[in-house]
Design a protein around this ligand. Structure first.
Ligand code: FE2
Length: 410
């Protein structure tokens, strides 16, 4: 197949792309071969597929069922989820995950990292999600984090459940240090999780310090263990909202360790601006980690949704455009280059976090997976909320969108 007139990754000059046997064959000004299928993009933006680096697929699409979270707080969300959990069964998870994965696909996402709760003696969601990971492969590459929602040491048999989930086939080990009963449990839970990952050769993704408590310092332990165990960029710290409230002297010291550890960060602008700062009067904290400062230090950061239409977040449509759009605002990243490059927060930065860089990106020899947006660059795509016109996976078209046309009549 020959793809004509593609503006690859915000390039000003169009290029043609040849795809053969599902991989990128060559780039440049290319002539059509006999019988070759041609698509003329007429100078539209081509990017590698978008990546959702943090979501909870087991809770998606359950908002208001059976009750709405009226206060909008994290804690009422937990109460609502407790009621919804009674209805949880394999078919329920299958129906919702299939639906939400297609919502994501329609918006150009081809990779998802999902956290699945392991604090359930039956591990039903984990077992179902492992089956779905296989079944959904033609449309989505899914990575599963074994996520101990109610703690590793603070939940009955938390350690054993986490080990079982990892042995069942989870891709990454999770932890939730700020939710453990004590600071000692918090440190011990991280020791346990990171050692388990090192032993089983898994990735790590910790729900780390998702709280407005400036004394919540799981992050330093995550980074220190990533360094000491040689796990480095196999480790990700998600949320880290407490970092928003750390004093600057402490952050200055912490940055050295973060750089040495080479860990990744995931921020979730939609959900954390909604959930954090809830006990503040005024001024209210924004509830997001120090994205701009981390990036300036050369530390890898990506953006995720976290929740889609569930007890913790009553919105979300599977489009990472809104995540980036709000993130740029609350992180005050509105410089021209910052806006142009912001696709990387749901692109190559997220690929680094997921450790998929070997088969991700628009390069000769790599799988021909890419998306086409109805814009000339990502700045314009953000402003126009441009549709993803096509999504190609391994050279096969898996999504096609036809944009609506609006006519102003006066
Ligand atoms: Fe999360």
């Amino acid at each position: 197949m020959l793809v004509k007139n593609a503006l690859i990754e915000n390039a000003e000059k169009p290029q043609d792309i040849r795809i053969e046997d599902g991989v990128f064959k060559e780039f440049g000004t290319l002539e059509r071969k006999e019988n070759e299928e041609v698509i003329d993009l007429k100078n539209r933006l081509v990017l590698p597929p978008f990546i959702e680096s943090h979501v909870h697929l087991d809770t998606c699409l359950t908002a208001g069922d059976p009750v709405w979270n009226m206060s909008g707080t994290l804690f009422e969300g937990i109460e609502c989820w407790h009621k919804r959990k009674e209805k949880l069964n394999e078919q329920d998870i299958r129906t919702r995950v299939n639906k939400v994965v297609r919502m994501y696909a329609a918006n150009g996402i081809q990779f998802i990292r999902t956290h699945i709760d392991t604090t359930d003696p039956s591990l039903m969601a984990m077992r179902t999600m492992i089956e779905l990971r296989e079944e959904l492969k033609p449309i989505m590459e899914i990575q599963i984090v074994a996520f101990p929602q109610e703690g590793i040491l603070s939940y009955p048999n938390g350690k054993e459940l986490l080990i079982t989930a990892v042995k069942m086939g989870a891709d990454a080990v999770g932890a939730i240090p700020h939710f453990e009963f004590t600071r000692e449990y918090s440190v011990a839970s991280l020791d346990f999780a990171l050692n388990l990952a090192a032993k089983e050769n898994k990735l790590v993704d910790v729900h780390c310090d998702e709280i407005d408590d400036e004394a919540s310092r799981g992050l330093e332990t995550v980074a220190a263990r990533a360094l000491e165990l040689g796990l480095y960029d196999k480790v990700t710290a998600s949320h880290t909202t407490a970092m928003h409230s750390y004093n600057n002297a402490y952050v200055l010291r912490l940055m050295r360790l973060l750089k040495m550890s080479r860990i990744n960060f995931v921020a979730n602008p939609l959900v954390n601006t909604h959930l954090q700062g809830r006990i503040d009067t005024y001024p209210k904290r924004r509830g997001i980690t120090r994205v701009k400062e981390l990036l300036a230090e050369g530390i890898n950061v990506s953006f995720g949704h976290d929740d889609i239409y569930d007890p913790w977040y009553p919105m979300g449509n599977g489009s990472l455009r809104d995540v980036v759009f709000l993130g740029l605002h609350v992180c005050q990243m509105m410089g021209y280059e910052e806006i142009m490059d912001s696709w990387k927060l749901i692109g190559q930065n997220a690929a680094k976090t997921l450790h998929i860089a070997d088969h991700y990106g628009i390069e000769t020899g790599k799988p021909a997976s890419f998306i086409v947006l109805d814009a000339k660059n990502y700045y314009e795509a953000l402003i126009k909320d441009s549709k993803v016109l096509y999504s190609f996976k391994n050279g096969k078209k898996i999504v096609e969108n036809t944009p609506a046309h609006t006519h102003v009549l006066i």
